[in-house]
Design a protein around this ligand. Structure first.
Ligand code: ATP
Ligand code: MG
Length: 206
């Protein structure tokens, strides 16, 4: 199945609203665990309603991702979903990277346990399954055993395509961070300092 000499690249999708240490930890552990040459962070576009306001927000989210990954030579940011017209589906994104890197490269779509439980609802998930593997990390509230049980219950096309891995449990979510900011509570040590400064400077999430 997976050969040691194959090129492997990680795809880290998310809304990153904003990016936090949980995202960076999951990406770094995936890189190490699966021997990934690099991890490409792919900020998602907002749903198309309330366009103007949301578009600005997308640029802020992307810029924060760029700042957050800058110091890691194995991390990159892609504007693939932001620059694509219309709704963006993961199947189109994965297909794009599959075509870019070629069949000899193994793509690993990195996600947390909560996101893993939702992949069956993705558009054309069977197609996605053929183009990439999934690397699903533990997240507070989900055990590795539960995740494996869930995977066993999925249709045959999913079997052998989803790998689970442990990361240090870090109970941070972007939702919590947005709440902390609204409530005037600190976000220091939950997001990289450059992201904290960016949020302050642009008065985001107040
Ligand atoms: P929100 O609260 O807005 O949903 P989030 O913190 O879940 O934000 P997302 O951008 O939705 O962040 O997540 C992107 C990916 O990162 C998802 O696959 C998610 O499961 C994973 N992820 C986010 N935070 C963690 C964490 N603390 N531990 C493990 N995985 C995480
Ligand atoms: Mg989420």
């Amino acid at each position: 199945m997976i050969q040691a000499n194959e090129r492997r690249i990680g795809l880290m999708g998310g809304t990153f609203n904003p990016i936090h240490l949980g995202h960076l930890i999951i990406a770094e552990f995936a890189r190490h665990r699966f021997g990934l040459e690099k991890v490409i962070f792919i900020p998602a576009k907002e749903p198309p309603h309330k366009e103007h306001e949301k578009l600005l927000q997308a640029e802020h989210r992307c810029e924060m991702v760029r700042l957050a990954v800058e110091s890691n030579p194995y991390f990159e940011v892609s504007r693939e979903e932001l620059d694509r017209q219309g709704l963006s589906y993961s199947v189109d994104t994965v297909k794009k990277f599959y075509e870019l890197f070629g069949r000899a490269t193994q793509l690993y779509f990195i996600l947390g346990a909560d996101a893993m439980l939702e992949i069956t609802t993705w558009k054309n998930v069977d197609k996605v399954m053929k183009l990439c593997y999934f690397a699903a990390a533990t997240r507070p509230g989900y055990t590795l055993a539960e995740m494996r049980r869930q995977i066993e219950g999925l249709p045959p096309s999913f079997q052998g395509r989803i790998f689970t891995f442990e990361i240090p449990r870090i109970d941070i979510s972007s939702t919590d961070i947005r709440h902390y900011i609204k409530n005037g509570e600190p976000i220091k040590y939950l997001v990289p300092e450059c992201v904290e400064k960016y949020i302050e400077r642009h008065k985001l999430y107040r």
